[in-house]
Design a protein around this ligand. Structure first.
Ligand SMILES: CC(=O)[C@@H](O)[C@H](O)COP(=O)(O)O
Ligand SMILES: NCC(=O)COP(=O)(O)O
Length: 250
């Protein structure tokens, strides 16, 4: 089964937040993405709400529940008490835990699974007890022992941080090296019984090689490049292009 596409709406929200006006509407852009066959929506509410606002969450939950009951909502973020309460109030199908500092511009590394083992074990058990699937953001550096630790803290899935791969779009040798590291990490995760997601700086151009190396990739969440392409091609056509790049028949 080809990887599913979850459309990250953070960049749409960032554009909206330039003015005290309700457009572009994250709910409406989310609807267009789901109508075009995206399997879900992703948001990453940061503590300063500079992209997605906490008040966007009930709206997006209602969009999925009322109009696209097969779709999934994925909420990403650092597991502060505020974030956990948002997840509990929204009940997304998936929570992706990310080790972001509030001052970070964007996510740029996975969890240290030794240092944060206790925190993750507690938080994952709490979210899973409320029926949410939990994925944790990990470096795609090929270290199989990290995937053993990911299993031990109770994660259902890992999300491979693909930033270093996305960042070498114009250096094919380094891209090939990064793909192999991501692939080795995915192999180790799958061997532990974890499902594998991926995200960060994925594009229509770099997705095909990734899904070829990791044919059992469950889901990709994509926002930055997808939003850039949507400015050129429109959201619906862009979603179809990304779905094809995932290997889906569109
Ligand atoms: C967790 C992750 O990979 C990030 O890519 C993130 O969700 C994007 O967040 P921003 O859009 O806020 O940079
Ligand atoms: N989890 C990654 C994500 O949701 C989007 O990352 P990006 O495509 O905005 O880099």
């Amino acid at each position: 089964m080809p990887a599913k596409l979850s459309v990250n709406l953070n960049a749409i929200a960032m554009l909206r937040n330039r003015r005290d006006l309700p457009w572009p509407s994250v709910r409406h852009m989310g609807r267009i993405a789901l109508e075009a066959g995206a399997a879900g929506l992703t948001v990453h509410p940061r503590p300063d709400q500079r992209h997605i606002r906490f008040s966007d969450l009930p709206d997006l939950r209602a969009l999925i529940d009322d109009e696209f009951p097969e779709a999934e909502f994925n909420i990403e973020g650092y597991p502060s008490e505020e974030f956990l309460a948002l997840c509990e109030a929204t009940a997304p199908e998936q929570v992706t835990l990310v080790p972001d500092d509030p001052s970070q511009a964007t996510s740029d590394h996975g969890w240290d699974l030794t240092l944060h083992a206790d925190l993750l074990t507690t938080v994952i058990a709490r979210l899973k007890s409320k029926g949410m699937r939990v994925s944790i953001f990990v470096d795609g550096d090929g270290r199989s022992e990290a995937m053993t630790k990911a299993k031990a803290v109770g994660a259902d899935r890992v999300e491979l941080y693909t930033g270093p791969y996305g960042g070498c779009f114009n250096r094919s040798e380094e891209a090939a090296r990064q793909i192999e590291l991501l692939g080795a990490t995915a192999d180790a995760a799958l061997a532990e019984g974890l499902a594998v997601n991926a995200g960060h700086d994925l594009t229509v151009e770099n997705l095909p090689a990734l899904v070829k190396r990791i044919p059992r990739l469950a889901e990709v969440s994509i926002g930055h490049a997808l939003t850039a392409d949507a400015l050129e091609f429109g959201m619906a056509e862009t979603v179809r292009r990304f779905r094809r790049a995932c290997g889906q028949t569109v």
